[in-house]
Structure formats: structure tokens, C-alpha cells
Design a binder for this molecule. Structure first.
Ligand SMILES: [Zn+2]
Length: 284
């Protein structure tokens, strides 16, 4: 999997999806057909995929001691300036949640899907490393990474997050001595522009856009599937509920958990077929 190459020709799905498949079986069959024909698959994941591995969402984690705080009091530049140790401890505990979690069948199916198409871009809004641990080699991160920390004074230093107790003192920047902070996007901060532009380019260029475990309501990332649809891609939406999702002739809802629906989709599309990368060693 690589970031989209703007010089690659845009390849179209051979046959457009028939409109309004009625049953889940029909939906999976139509989605499978689109995946088989896809030259460039764009996968876009959100908190639902991590939740299926038992990682609490940001708000779900606001329990016990943390229930006294609002999200903005734990995840904003202002909060870090006012009480860096509190913010540091919150993220150290979130890092612990991730270390204890394992990739689920949804993560595994997505890693396998990537080997079945000529070109795959995986975009995530999650800050854990479960895609990588499931075998997805390249992940475009829109919200940063819990596994890394960076200089709060923005000198550019970035290192792996230390493994230690949540109450450990905050490490200082090896370059300038300022405090290090979690390398994640906080409330009030923009998305990393390079990653978002790469994601947007992939949404425009792909044949099939697979949205998984996200309600697609928090902008600007939420617009990615609809950008893909507007540029002619078939959009597959895998989520336990379709509330808040857009509808349209090229948008195919696949209602259910990712860990259930993605393995089914993979089997429907490719069972008994060899992966393209295996057929063309050397990436020809
Ligand atoms: Zn620094």
C-alpha cells in the first residue's frame, strides 16, 4: 500500500453497481463485484474498528477519575499548557489500552484486501497501531499516532512514546528541552495537511472507497467518502448503523460490525481466487 500517485491513470470499475440492492446478500454481492473490478481501493477507518478490539472511544474512556473532565480539558493545546501532567497521564493510560488490545478480524480482513487490488490507500482516523499490527504496511494517519510524541514547542523533534507508568514525568525534547506531547491532533488543531491532501487525492482517484466504522459526520475527514462518490467511485459503507450516513446511487450500505462484515465481504469477493500481488511478483 502506498500513498496515491497522481501520475497513475484513473481506472474505472468495469460495471457500475446496480441501484438499490435490497438484501444484505445482494449488497455483499454488489460490493464484492466492485472490489474485484477495482484498480485503486481507498479504505477509510474510524473509531468503530478500534472499538471492536475493546479500545474505548475517547468519550467512553472518560470514566472514574477522568469523568470529572471534558474532552477539551484533556485533549487541547490549552489543557496541555495549563496542566501538562494531567494530559500526559490521560494519554499514557490510552496507550496502555492500545497495548492490551489485539487487532480484530476487521483489521485482518482490511490487510488482506489490500493484497487483492493493484493499488490500495489506507486512511485512518484512529490513533492506535492495530492496522500495522494486523499487517497493513502503510497507513495515512489523519489524527496522528499514540505511539509517538513530539516537541510541544514545535521544533520538529518526534520520537517513539516512552513505555512506562502513566505517572512518570513528561520527557523533554532531545533538541530544545521543551516538554514532549502526544503526537495526536487535539481539539482546535488542524489535521496534518500532507496526510489530508494525500487522503483527498486518493478519494478522488479511487474506484472503490470503503468506509469502515465511522459515522462520517466529523469534518473535514467526513467529506472523504462523498468526495470519492462525487468523482465516480463506488462507496461501500460498513458500519453497525447507517444513521447519519449519506445515501445515493453509488453509495452501498453494509450494515453490521466490521469484524463480521469485512471477512464476509472478502470471502464473497475473492474466495478461491489468488491475490494479484502473488500473481505478479516484483510488482509488475
Ligand atoms: Zn523541541
Amino acid at each position: 500500500m502506498t500513498a496515491p500517485d497522481p501520475t497513475l491513470p484513473r481506472r474505472r470499475v468495469a460495471s457500475p453497481p446496480p441501484t438499490d440492492p435490497q438484501t444484505r446478500g445482494e449488497q455483499l454481492a454488489v460490493a464484492a463485484r466492485a472490489l474485484r473490478a477495482a484498480e485503486h481501493l481507498c479504505i477509510f477507518t474510524g473509531a468503530g474498528v478500534s472499538a471492536e478490539s475493546g479500545i474505548p472511544t475517547f468519550r467512553e474512556a472518560l470514566t472514574g477519575h477522568w469523568s470529572r473532565f471534558s474532552p477539551e480539558e484533556l485533549a487541547s493545546p490549552k489543557a496541555f499548557a495549563e496542566d501538562p501532567q494531567r494530559v500526559w497521564q490521560w494519554y499514557a493510560e490510552r496507550r496502555g489500552d492500545v497495548r492490551r488490545a489485539l487487532p480484530n478480524p476487521g483489521h485482518t480482513a482490511l490487510a488482506a484486501l489490500a493484497t487483492r487490488v493493484a493499488h490500495c490507500t489506507l486512511i485512518t482516523q484512529n490513533v492506535d497501531d492495530l492496522h500495522e499490527r494486523a499487517g497493513s504496511p502503510s497507513v495515512l494517519r489523519l489524527h496522528g499516532s499514540l505511539a509517538h510524541v513530539r516537541c510541544a514547542a514545535a521544533c520538529g523533534a518526534r520520537t517513539e512514546a516512552p513505555v512506562g507508568a502513566a505517572s512518570d514525568p513528561i520527557p523533554t525534547c532531545p533538541q530544545c528541552g521543551a516538554l514532549m506531547r502526544p503526537d495526536v491532533v487535539w481539539f482546535g488543531e488542524p489535521l496534518p495537511m500532507d496526510a489530508f491532501e494525500a487522503a483527498r487525492s486518493a478519494a478522488i482517484a479511487c474506484d472503490v472507497f470503503l468506509s469502515v466504522g465511522t459515522s462520517n459526520v466529523v469534518e473535514p475527514a467526513a467529506s472523504l467518502p462523498w468526495i470519492a462518490a462525487a468523482h465516480g467511485a463506488t462507496v461501500l459503507v460498513v458500519n453497525p448503523t447507517m444513521a447519519g450516513q449519506r445515501t445515493g446511487p453509488s453509495i452501498l450500505p453494509i450494515e453490521g460490525p466490521a469484524g463480521v462484515m469485512l471477512p464476509r465481504l472478502l470471502a464473497e469477493a475473492f474466495v478461491g481466487r489468488r491475490g494479484r500481488r502473488q500473481e505478479t511478483p516484483g510488482g509488475r
